[in-house]
Each structure stands twice: as C-alpha cells, then as structure tokens.
Design a protein around this ligand. Structure first.
Ligand SMILES: NC(=O)c1ccc[n+]([C@@H]2O[C@H](COP(=O)([O-])OP(=O)(O)OC[C@H]3O[C@@H](n4cnc5c(N)ncnc54)[C@H](OP(=O)(O)O)[C@@H]3O)[C@@H](O)[C@H]2O)c1
Length: 268
C-alpha cells in the first residue's frame, strides 16, 4: 500500500487519535497535529509533529487533507485559521452537526469538504463511518478521504447530506444503546442475586460474543435471534414481553426519531 500523503489533523482527542493510530499503520509521509492539550504531545513521532497552535505550522506546509476532529462548538473560532489550505486540501470534518455549508462559510468559501459521522468503536478500528462528499470534492479527494476514514473501520458513502441526521442517531449514538443493554443485563443479574463479578462478566461476554457471532455468521440478525428462541421456551417468554403491544419497537423508533430531530436542531 502506498504511504498516505501529507496530512493535517486538527484535534487529537478520542476520535482524532484513533484515526491517527490507523494512519500510522498505513504509513504516513508527513503529518502535523494541531492540539493544545499536553496529552497530544505523546502522539509525536519521527514523521508526526504535534503543535499547540495552527500559527506554528511551517508556512510552506500544504497538506492534501485537513481532518477536523475538534468539538463542534470550537468550529467558528478556529476554522478561519485553516482557510489558507483551501485551494489544495480536502477538508474532512467529523464534527457532529456542522454542515458542509456552515464549514465552507467558516473556511471562507470554495472548499472541498467531506462530512463524516464515525462512532466510538473507531478506537479499536471496528467503527462505522458514514460520509458525504460535497460536489467540489474531486474523485481522488474522495478516494483519499475514504482511505483516511477507513482507519476507523468500515466506511459507507451517502449522496444526501440530510441523511447524516438519522445516521447520527443510529450508528453515531448506536454504541450507547448497546452499552445500555449491557448495563441492563448486568443489573438483571444483580437483581437475581448473582455475584457482581459474574453478573458483569455474563453481560459483557454476552454482548461481545453476540457481536462476534454476527460478524462471523452469514445469517441475518433475525435468523440468529430465532436460533436462540425455542418455541415455548425461556427466551420466547422474555421476547413476548419485550415485544408485547410492539412496546420495544415503538420506544426504539421514538428514541431514534428524537435523536434524529436533535441532530437536525444542532445542525440548524
Ligand atoms: N465521540 C463520539 O462518539 C463521536 C462520534 C462521531 C463524531 N464525533 C465528533 O468528533 C469530534 C471529536 O470528538 P472527540 O470525542 O474526539 O472529542 P475530544 O476527545 O474532546 O477531542 C477534541 C480534541 O481537540 C482539542 N482541541 C481543543 N481546542 C482545539 C483547537 N483550537 N485546535 C485543535 N485542537 C483543539 C481538545 O483539546 P482539550 O481536551 O485540551 O480541549 C481535544 O484533545 C467532535 O466534533 C465530535 O462531534 C464524536
């Protein structure tokens, strides 16, 4: 695989540092990281320089891609300083709720922008990132963006930016729903008097094992669920309750709708 071209990472917190770790494995030509936090200094390597401020970048540094991984509320204050990379670079933003139009405006206009929504399993390269490329993004810039985002796991493209709102609700927040399920399973174990260590182990390993089975099996989740559910058995009894009056599907649908709506509000 050819080494990645020159890159600029802005913000090296949880998401940014996970991406950088993946890029390192692919081979980096030259990368700069801008992040004022002292922890970011630990990311420095022979071909990775960490700077506390964009003003410290060498004047002749012209990256092929600028990855924006800071908190969305920082955008208005910090983006204008990156406008000078606009003529050459593709800007890849993972900032939740910041639209292509808004980012372009903050960068002074005319920029090639990819907007992407990853999720936290990116930390172990098992994430799913859904991305949208603005019309100004060239074929090669889209390819490079896909390669960079793949450092976080799977990448899928959408052609309608508005779809990033349900994406944010479903896969962006999705790990939280799975972790909540894990917590509820653990609590059920405790409620039934199981020792805390065992309740925790059972809940964690059930979720980990189910995910591994889903990954390894050619079968759909529905078929895997049916395989656990003998007619008239214990699991069937639990599922009957969970699905009575469509209770779980209804609450889940409403929850995703609420998160989608919140994403729309934050993007406005
Ligand atoms: N976590 C998720 O599940 C998730 C999912 C999808 C998308 N995202 C998006 O990913 C982005 C990053 O999230 P995160 O969880 O990685 O946040 P994070 O851990 O807080 O990382 C942000 C980093 O940016 C640094 N920073 C602050 N001001 C800066 C500046 N002016 N220039 C450069 N760096 C600066 C922060 O330093 P300090 O800590 O010193 O402030 C921090 O290290 C957010 O926009 C979020 O919406 C997150």
């Amino acid at each position: 695989m050819t080494a990645l071209p020159s890159l600029l990472l802005v913000g090296a917190g949880r998401m940014g540092s996970a991406l950088l770790a993946g890029w390192r494995e692919q081979g980096l030509t030259r990368a700069f990281v801008v992040d004022p936090s002292p922890q970011a200094l630990a990311l420095a390597a022979p071909n990775v320089s960490v700077l506390a401020d964009v003003a410290l970048l060498p004047a002749d540094f012209m990256p092929e891609a600028v990855v924006l991984a800071v908190k969305p509320q920082m955008a208005a204050e910090m983006l204008p300083a990156y406008a000078r990379f606009g003529p050459k670079a593709v800007f890849i933003s993972i900032m939740a709720g910041k639209t292509v139009r808004g980012i372009n405006h903050m960068l002074g206009g005319g920029c090639a922008i990819v907007r992407a929504m990853p999720n936290t399993p990116a930390a172990v390269r098992q994430g799913i990132t859904v991305a949208f490329a603005a019309p100004q993004v060239s074929h090669s810039q889209r390819e490079l963006s896909g390669r960079l985002l793949a450092a976080a796991g799977e990448v899928a493209w959408i052609e309608d930016e508005a779809m990033l709102d349900p994406v944010t609700a479903i896969s962006g927040g999705g790990p939280a729903y799975v972790f909540l399920l894990t917590e509820l399973l653990e609590q059920a174990g405790l409620d039934h008097g199981l020792p805390p260590d065992l309740a925790s182990l059972m809940a964690r390993q059930t979720v980990i094992g189910s995910a591994a089975l889903l990954a390894a099996s050619p079968e759909a989740p529905e078929a895997l669920r049916v395989a656990v559910t003998s007619p008239g058995g214990t699991t069937a009894e639990a599922l009957k309750l969970l699905r009575a009056d469509d209770a779980l599907p209804k609450i889940f649908k409403a929850a995703i709708q609420a998160a989608t709506q919140r994403s729309r509000e934050l993007s406005a």
